[in-house]
Design a protein around this ligand. Structure first.
Ligand code: MG
Length: 461
């Protein structure tokens, strides 16, 4: 392990919710919950104000509504989150060529490899400057952890939240890790956590005391060895910008075409489990689940689904594969089935059981707002997801506060305005149309002048 705290972990604070608060002045300082608002919806992100009520990511939306009935409930605007994420990742790549994104709002950076930092002082300066730059460019806050390993950098950024910086001095790692719950360690998800708890192991110290042999007996060889090393704060995993192995997959060809839909489903589950074993064997996890189906007529289809972050959880991968199978017509019979995982990382996010419960990027984006059964939604009402941008011919830019019963309520405000007024329209009002999100930070005069000058220079006389 290196001797200086030059691995940086950045995690934006309550990312989706903070973006919404920055966009919508009336929601600043208020409880904001972003996620799927349909019947199977799950919380993607809750603002810090909403967390006070006990709402957290991965919680079923119905439960969140009981805990925080007065919060603002919004459908994610992924295109906007992605564009802000690109700005942030660009700032990270200015620090080092070795940037390893874990999700839209989280990444590791090897500062030493970029020549940006080589000791404690230079690392702290780089982290502080990064936080200032992120705020200047995006208007948002991110928390930074600095340590000599990935595991500890991530723990440090968690401790820094919100809007802070924590540096773990080399030599203090074991004392710091010891009293923390085992779930703090990478690779300890809910299932492994339960398993260890039943064996009486709650803290990292207890994990280290249990000893390597006992952990191998409890968790298997690969996982047991890895976890024991982590418990001793030994983590040699490098920051990897791009992985050599692009995917892990397994497939089976059948001698006789399978016609029975139930049997096809069972085969897919079995392949998903095999794929997970292979993934875990290589110490990897991945974000994109791929299903391959060759039908009786040799036509081959692939379907894929990308999760919010990497996982190696068999339940998550099984559920994703089953969902993908739902979209494939197998009535004529199936000759070959395959399940694969790509978008690989050697780190698993801890809260990804959310994905088993249906947080899917595509589904989140399209789900209509929850409405009582008697208020059946029409296609027109689905045009107005809560939180999305609109433009009115007379009143200008606003966002949908709610819709139903043929009406849509719009709050007219922009990132730079005062909190705005609410007005209600018929959903088919010809003056109202969906709009693109506005930038959170008004372009500085200098920046826009430069851009204009560049444009004029290339096209001008
Ligand atoms: Mg975050």
């Amino acid at each position: 392990m290196r001797s200086s705290p030059t691995i940086l972990h950045l995690d934006m604070d309550a990312f989706f919710a903070t973006v919404e608060q920055a966009s919508k002045p009336s929601l600043r300082g208020k409880a904001v919950i972003v996620g799927g608002l349909g019947p199977r919806g799950v919380v993607a992100t809750a603002s810090y104000e909403a967390r006070v009520f006990g709402v957290h990511s991965a919680m079923p939306m119905a439960q969140a509504r009981r805990l925080a009935p007065n919060a603002a409930y919004l459908v994610p605007r992924f295109a906007l989150y992605r564009s802000i994420s690109e700005q942030v990742m660009g700032l990270l790549r200015d620090l080092s060529p070795l940037v390893e994104p874990l999700s839209l709002d989280e990444a590791f950076v090897d500062l030493e490899a970029g020549g940006t930092a080589w000791d404690e002082r230079s690392a702290r300066l780089a982290g502080a400057k990064l936080r200032a730059d992120i705020r200047a460019v995006t208007g948002l806050t991110g928390s930074v952890g600095l340590a000599a390993s990935k595991m500890l950098a991530k723990i440090a950024s968690e401790q820094a939240k919100p809007d802070g910086l924590v540096l773990i001095e080399p030599g203090t790692e074991r004392a710091l890790l010891g009293p923390l719950p085992v779930r703090t360690l990478p690779g300890v998800g809910p299932a492994t956590g339960d398993h260890l708890r039943r064996a009486g192991i709650h803290t990292v110290d207890e994990l280290a005391e249990a000893g390597e042999d006992e952990l191998v007996r409890l968790l298997g060889k690969a996982h047991g060895h890895a976890l024991y090393a982590m418990a001793l704060a030994r983590d040699e995993r490098p920051v990897v910008a791009e992985r050599e192995t692009k995917s892990v997959s397994v497939e089976d060809t059948y001698d006789v075409d399978i016609h029975d839909r139930v049997r096809v489903g069972a085969e897919v589950q079995r392949l998903a489990d095999r794929c997970v074993r292979r993934l875990r064997g290589a110490g990897l996890s991945g974000r994109t689940i791929v299903l391959k189906v060759r039908r009786y007529d040799f036509s081959t289809l692939t379907r894929s689904e990308t999760l919010r972050g990497p996982t190696d959880d068999p339940a998550v991968i099984r559920e994703a594969a089953a969902r993908l199978l739902e979209s494939v017509d197998t009535t004529g019979g199936v000759r070959l089935l395959g399940v694969g995982v790509s978008g690989l990382a050697d780190y698993t996010q801890e809260d990804l059981f959310a994905q088993a419960a249906g947080v899917r990027e595509d589904a989140l984006g399209e789900e209509p707002e929850a409405a009582p059964a008697e208020e059946r939604q029409t296609a027109t009402e689905r045009r107005w997801p809560a939180g999305h941008d609109v433009r009115h011919a007379a009143y200008g830019h606003g966002w949908v506060q709610g819709s139903g019963l043929g009406r849509v309520t719009v709050r007219f405000e922009t990132p730079g305005s005062e909190p705005g007024r609410v007005r209600t329209f018929r959903i088919d009002d010809p003056d109202l149309e969906p709009a693109e999100p506005l930038p959170l930070v008004a372009r500085r005069p200098g920046a826009s002048e430069r851009a204009e000058a560049g444009g004029a220079g290339s096209a001008g006389p």
